[in-house]
Structure formats: structure tokens, C-alpha cells
Design a protein around this ligand. Structure first.
Ligand SMILES: Cc1cc2nc3c(=O)[nH]c(=O)nc-3n(C[C@H](O)[C@H](O)[C@H](O)COP(=O)(O)OP(=O)(O)OC[C@H]3O[C@@H](n4cnc5c(N)ncnc54)[C@H](O)[C@@H]3O)c2cc1C
Length: 423
């Protein structure tokens, strides 16, 4: 039986946002989702609440976690399908039993797959598309209660994957899978800025997935290099362009206990235990933080990094650490990596919303010349007027929203001000 609770005291993971919704539904079946949605005036699906803003809020919220995951592998198609409340951690466990893997993961396995896909969440790797690029098909309940299915290659599919929660309630997802693989990670410390500027492409391509962590000091703190284990014996490097291989496990923020981090020092392990920086069962990252992130065309990486370095003094009082990652271009209309090989500049902030927003005004101004697209699920100050020009398929996406949801049941305040508004 579906359960309701008042949502007024429900918060997101970071605790910087209290949902305003009056009701939180917890359906146990797809039929219940159809009924809830068809009867709602305004509704949104709540994922695992890891976004740092009001993207998931509405008058009514639906959590899909009580619907059985029903994870099904199709070996012939090379896919896995599952109910949309599933987290990457839960999915990875099921895939492990099948000897299968995903192409990439974000920094943490705790997030729901549907929520990650809806915001274009990503990991790293020059050749890796973001996590949404693994979606082969999806099913969603539209505002009339009807179920709509779409598969890769169909006309509207590329608009439906990074849906920002505005198209309907995704109830089932199918992702591409591959044979399980092992990976290892090594951390290199103290990279000179000059080395990064002279060898940026060599550094981001020196592993399957590379993360560069900096607090914008005299040197770059750490470079995390994740490699897939192959049959070819590994040539172990003791340094990376002068940065020295760490001899103990590290946390991305220097000085913080790495107990919650995935094992390093080149120890091989399953893909799902090396690609995320943080381990399931532990609090990811620092736990007390806000995050922002900007995705820009790869060719702007170096001038953009220089521009942010120029703001170091302003950023540092509220910054915990910055992470630079890369990802391959994709074709998903509202993906921050749409149409361009991408460099992502991520900021883990102190949990001080007002001070962070004040700094973001300068940061976004500094990144604007580089066509920086904000991460939909993180803190940013830009409004739709500034963002619209960065998404050439936005008019098509808005038409799709109007088509699937003519009465705007899934349109929330965040969507109006950040995606379609003129403010
Ligand atoms: C510690 C931490 C580390 C992070 N690391 C990364 C990272 O490495 N890379 C990165 O890119 N991002 C990262 N993020 C951001 C995070 O991946 C995104 O905010 C993501 O959207 C969170 O998913 P969620 O399930 O919590 O979604 P929520 O925040 O609950 O919702 C996000 C959006 O998805 C929609 N949604 C959720 N489920 C459905 C559904 N079934 N149907 C329709 N819409 C749905 C919601 O309505 C909302 O619009 C991190 C966040 C945290 C807190």
C-alpha cells in the first residue's frame, strides 16, 4: 500500500535544502505511481536526494525506493534493466553476481541511477561519456498516467534521457553493460602547474579515468589515475610529470582520513570498488559540504583553469577542494557534455550557502567566456537567460516537455527559473 508523509521536514543529502512539498508518496508498484501522477497537480520524483538545489522539489514528491528493483540482464542485447529507485551501489552488486560491469561511475555509488541520469551526472575519462550515455532505453509515466517507452535511435530518445525530472516519472531504465573488469588507482602528489599546462592531454589520458585535485596553491595537490587491469603487465610509474606516487592511501582533500575512500596504491579490485572515489557504506566525500561544477569545451580547458587560478584568493576561504575531470561528447540534448568533448571543473565548498553564492557570481563571470554549463544538480547562480544559449537543443526539449506534459505537472520552480524562464 502506498504511504504518505508530510515532506516539510525532509532535506537533501547536504542539508542545504528543505523540500517544500506537502506530500511524499512511497508507492510500492508502478500502478500506484500512475495513479499518484495522474491525480497530482504538481509532482516530481525524488531520487536519492544528492542534488544540492531544489531541482527535485514540487508540491508532491514520489520516492520510488519501495518498488522492487527487478534487475534483469539481457545477455544478447548486452543490457541490464531495473526499477528506477535502484542506486549504482545496488546495481553494481547485482552485476557482480552476473560478471558484468558499467562503463563508468561517479565519485560515489550511493546515488540513484535515475537521478544521476536525469542530471547528466558523470565520472571521468577522455573516452568516457557521462553516465546517461549508458542508457539504452527507458520507461516513464507521463502526467496522464500513461507509460511511454523510448529506446536509443528513436527520434525523441536523445531528449528524454537527461530529462531533469521534467518529462515524467522514469520507472524503469535499461543500461549497456560489458564484461566485468578490474581496475586500480594510483595517486600522484605535488604536480607543478607548468607540467599541467604543458602536458594536459598526456595527463588526462594517462589512465582510464583521471581526476586532478587542487586547492589552487603553489602546486596541484593530487592526480588520481584509475586504470583498467589488462593482461599486459603494468609498467608501474613512480612519478607523473614530476608528481610523486603516494605511498599511503589519500583522501581528495589532503589531511582528511581516507577511511571512506576506495583503495589506491595500485591494488587491483572490481571496477565498482575503484571507479568511485568513495566507498559504499561510508559517508561519501566530507559529508559537510556544498558542491558546484561547470562543464566546458575541452579546448578551453587551459585558459579556463588560468581564469579560475586568478580567483584563488577569493575562492580559498570557502573552498575545500576543486576537481578537474574530462568526458567525451554526447548527443543527449540537455547533457552538459552535449556536442563537445568536455572538461569539468568541480568545487567542493564549505557548507556556507550565502558565502558560496557570493563567490559563484565571480566564478561564473570568469567562466562565462568559456561557455561553461553548470551541473544541473549542484549549486549555481545563473538563471535560464544565461544558460539557454548554451543548449542548442533547448527549444526541442521544451517542445518535448510540452508534448509529454501539456499541463506542466512536472514543471517545478527550479525548471522555470533555470531552464525556461527569462529571468
Ligand atoms: C557527495 C556527492 C558526490 C557527487 N559526485 C558527483 C560526481 O562525481 N559526478 C557528478 O556529475 N555529480 C556528482 N554529484 C551530484 C549528483 O550525482 C547529482 O546531483 C544526481 O542528480 C543525484 O542523483 P539523486 O538520485 O540524488 O537525484 P535527486 O537529487 O533526488 O534528483 C535529481 C533530479 O533527478 C530527478 N529524478 C530522480 N529520479 C527520477 C525518476 N525516477 N524519474 C524522473 N526524474 C527523476 C529529480 O526529479 C530531480 O529533477 C554528487 C553529489 C554528492 C552529494
Amino acid at each position: 500500500m502506498q504511504q504518505l508523509s508530510a515532506a516539510s521536514s525532509e532535506r537533501n543529502w547536504a542539508g542545504n535544502y528543505t523540500y517544500r512539498a506537502r506530500k511524499l508518496h512511497r508507492p510500492t508498484s508502478v500502478e500506484q505511481v500512475q495513479e499518484i501522477v495522474a491525480n497530482a497537480e504538481k509532482v516530481h520524483v525524488l531520487g536519492s536526494r544528492h542534488s544540492f538545489n531544489d531541482i527535485a522539489d514540487s508540491s508532491e514528491l514520489v520516492s520510488l525506493t519501495a518498488i522492487p528493483p527487478e534487475i534483469r540482464v539481457d545477455r544478447q542485447a548486452g543490457t541490464v534493466s531495473f526499477a528506477a529507485g535502484t542506486t549504482y551501489g545496488g546495481l553494481a552488486e547485482a552485476l557482480m553476481a552476473e560478471g558484468l560491469a558499467l562503463h563508468n561511475l561517479a565519485s560515489l555509488p550511493h546515488i540513484s541511477v535515475a537521478g544521476a541520469v536525469a542530471t547528466g551526472t558523470h565520472g571521468s575519462g577522455d573516452a568516457n561519456g557521462n553516465l546517461a550515455t549508458a542508457v539504452a532505453s527507458l520507461e516513464l509515466v507521463t502526467s496522464s498516467g500513461e507509460i511511454v517507452r523510448a529506446s536509443r535511435g528513436e527520434p525523441r530518445f536523445d531528449g528524454m534521457v537527461v530529462g531533469l525530472g521534467a518529462l515524467g516519472a522514469v520507472i524503469r531504465l535499461t543500461l549497456d553493460v560489458e564484461a566485468a573488469y578490474d581496475a586500480r588507482q594510483r595517486v600522484f602528489e605535488g604536480l607543478e602547474w607548468k607540467m599541467l599546462f604543458d602536458h594536459f592531454d598526456d595527463i588526462t589520458s594517462c589512465g582510464y579515468s583521471v581526476s586532478i585535485f587542487t586547492r589552487w596553491g603553489p602546486r596541484i595537490d593530487q592526480v588520481w589515475v584509475k586504470s583498467r587491469v589488462t593482461n599486459v603487465p603494468e609498467s608501474v610509474r613512480s612519478e607523473l610529470f614530476g608528481a610523486v606516487a603516494a605511498t599511503v592511501d589519500r583522501h581528495p582533500i589532503l589531511g582528511v582520513d581516507p577511511v571512506n575512500c576506495s583503495p589506491q596504491l595500485g591494488r587491483p579490485g572490481l571496477w565498482s570498488e575503484r571507479l568511485p572515489h568513495f566507498r559504499m557504506g561510508f559517508t561519501p566525500s566530507i559529508g559537510e559540504e556544498l558542491q558546484s561544477e561547470y562543464m566546458l569545451p575541452r579546448q578551453h580547458a587551459l585558459p579556463a583553469i588560468e581564469a579560475v587560478r586568478g580567483l584563488a584568493e577569493k575562492l580559498r576561504p570557502v573552498l575545500q577542494v576543486c576537481e578537474i575531470r574530462t568526458m567525451a561528447a554526447d548527443q543527449l540534448w540537455m547533457s552538459p557534455a552535449y556536442g563537445r568533448d568536455t572538461v569539468a571543473m568541480h568545487f567542493t565548498w564549505q557548507p556556507e550557502q550565502e558565502r558560496v553564492e557570493a563567490v559563484l557570481v565571480d566564478l561564473e563571470a570568469a567562466l562565462a567566456p568559456f561557455e561553461a554549463r553548470p551541473h544541473w544538480g549542484k549549486v549555481f547562480v545563473a538563471r535560464a537567460g544565461a544558460i539557454a544559449a548554451l543548449y542548442e537543443r533547448l527549444p526541442d526539449f521544451v517542445r518535448l516537455v510540452e508534448d509529454l506534459d501539456p499541463h506542466g505537472v512536472f514543471r517545478n520552480a527550479w525548471f522555470e527559473s533555470r531552464v525556461v524562464g527569462v529571468a
